[in-house]
Design a protein around this ligand. Structure first.
Ligand SMILES: Cc1cc2nc3c(=O)[nH]c(=O)nc-3n(C[C@H](O)[C@H](O)[C@H](O)COP(=O)(O)OP(=O)(O)OC[C@H]3O[C@@H](n4cnc5c(N)ncnc54)[C@H](O)[C@@H]3O)c2cc1C
Length: 378
């Protein structure tokens, strides 16, 4: 137990670093349980972020139960999956669980507003630079880019796949370079509302699905080497993505809604720890599943739920950390590892052809592999 340390003696009871879906879910649940929560977010809502914007239905029941489901946003209901090899040959199967398409701009903003209503405090346009846990005092301190230092009983790390704070915390993966970039557009195009499609190209893969307001999301995981060699996103797309005729056709028949895409680099799928120095890591900060599985957002939301439940146990930081790490490993470790293996088949002409041919021949096997990257409904 945290003995004589009470929230009143500290600035904050719970500080959450990062306000993506993982951090916001935890903040919402903890505030609804009567806890004092502060979210530190380096950007200001609403904003776009690189993501395929297909949310797996494994969290739909949970979102409905908690009053977080975005009923008022006319999202796309998705229950079919299409896959093409680099040469354009393709397969299509129904999705057992399915999902929904919605922009992060709308979804994260919706979660943010729900959090504000629940009483969560926010420091936006503020970056956390470092965090320390004082074992003797059982107290965290968080250093901000404003020069301020916050004290709290708990810290949740929900700062995504890669952040400055990873370096300050000496997390081993941060020294490893990653060869992946992510690129995202919103477009208007003729794409079936009920279908999410993944198209391979040499060196990566490209996804498309409808979101809200008649818009579609185009998003791909590409190679930073190809971008360097080509010198620009457009040249890289023409040279590498367009070798798949299906991707070329999508570009030729779409109205692009932004002048330039959202781009991120150094997307790491390295193994991380779910708890570091007493900080419970949520979503991508604990480990990122391959985007082709289409459930990184669902996992982030699920980790937010698990972390909130762990904190609400009112045990010591150490005991909560052990319980959360155990729950995290049981729920996500295996799925993330399978996702990593499946991703290795993508972006190669030979392997992607074998994959599509195999899925056409043995659709039940393709469904089985997909099932292994998804969890139970939350
Ligand atoms: C190319 C690509 C496509 C994807 N497609 C899909 C998909 O279709 N479906 C799906 O489910 N998942 C997809 N994902 C994965 C999904 O985007 C992530 O798993 C999910 O966003 C993780 O949520 P999070 O809350 O952990 O982190 P994030 O959503 O990344 O949020 C982290 C937040 O922390 C903030 N932050 C970072 N550092 C600091 C700091 N030091 N101080 C304060 N704030 C900080 C950031 O600004 C950000 O708002 C995709 C990922 C990529 C790269």
């Amino acid at each position: 137990m945290y003995a004589d340390l009470t929230p009143e003696k500290l600035d904050n009871e719970i500080v959450i670093i990062g306000g993506g879906l993982g951090g916001l879910t935890a903040a919402f649940l903890l505030a609804n349980a009567g806890r004092k929560v502060l979210v530190i977010e380096k950007k200001a809502y609403p904003f776009h972020r690189v993501c395929g914007e297909y949310v797996s239905n494994e969290v739909k029941g949970f979102l409905i139960r908690e009053g977080l489901f975005p009923h008022h946003i006319p999202h796309a209901d998705i229950h079919r999956f299409r896959l093409s090899a680099t040469d354009g040959r393709q397969m299509e199967i129904p999705l057992d669980l399915g999902g929904f398409g919605i922009s992060r701009f709308a979804l994260d903003h919706h979660f943010y507003r729900k959090c504000v209503k629940a009483g969560v405090d926010f420091l936006q346009k503020t970056q956390a630079l470092d965090v320390h846990f004082d074992v003797r005092k059982q107290e965290f301190s968080v250093d901000l880019d404003s020069g301020e230092r916050l004290q709290s009983l708990f810290v949740l790390g929900a700062f995504g796949k890669r952040s400055k704070i990873d370096r300050a915390m000496n997390r081993p993966f941060i020294g490893q370079r990653s060869p992946y970039i992510g690129v995202k557009y919103h477009v208007r195009t003729d794409h079936a509302t009920d279908t999410v499609a993944l198209h391979n190209f040499r060196g990566g893969y490209f996804g498309i699905n409808q979101i809200e307001d008649g818009m579609a999301n185009l998003c791909y995981l590409g190679s930073s080497r190809q971008l360097r060699e080509c010198g620009s996103i457009r040249k890289m797309e023409e040279k590498h993505l367009f070798t798949n005729p299906r991707i070329r056709s999508i570009y030729e028949h779409s109205e692009f809604l932004w002048d330039k895409p959202e781009v991120i680099n150094e997307i790491s799928f390295a193994i991380k720890k779910p708890v570091e120095n007493g900080v419970l890591m949520l979503g991508d900060a604990a480990g990122m599943i391959s985007p082709l599985c289409g459930n990184g957002m669902a996992i982030a939301i699920h980790t937010g739920k698990l972390a909130a439940e762990a904190v609400l146990q009112n045990h010591s930081v150490e005991k909560i950390g052990r319980a959360y790490a155990q729950a995290w490993r049981t729920s996500f470790q295996g799925r993330i590892a399978i996702g990593r293996k499946v991703q290795a088949l993508f972006g190669s002409p030979v392997l992607s052809r074998i994959m599509v041919d195999m899925a056409n021949l043995l659709p039940f096997l393709a469904k089985k592999i997909m099932k292994h990257t998804h969890g139970q409904q939350v």
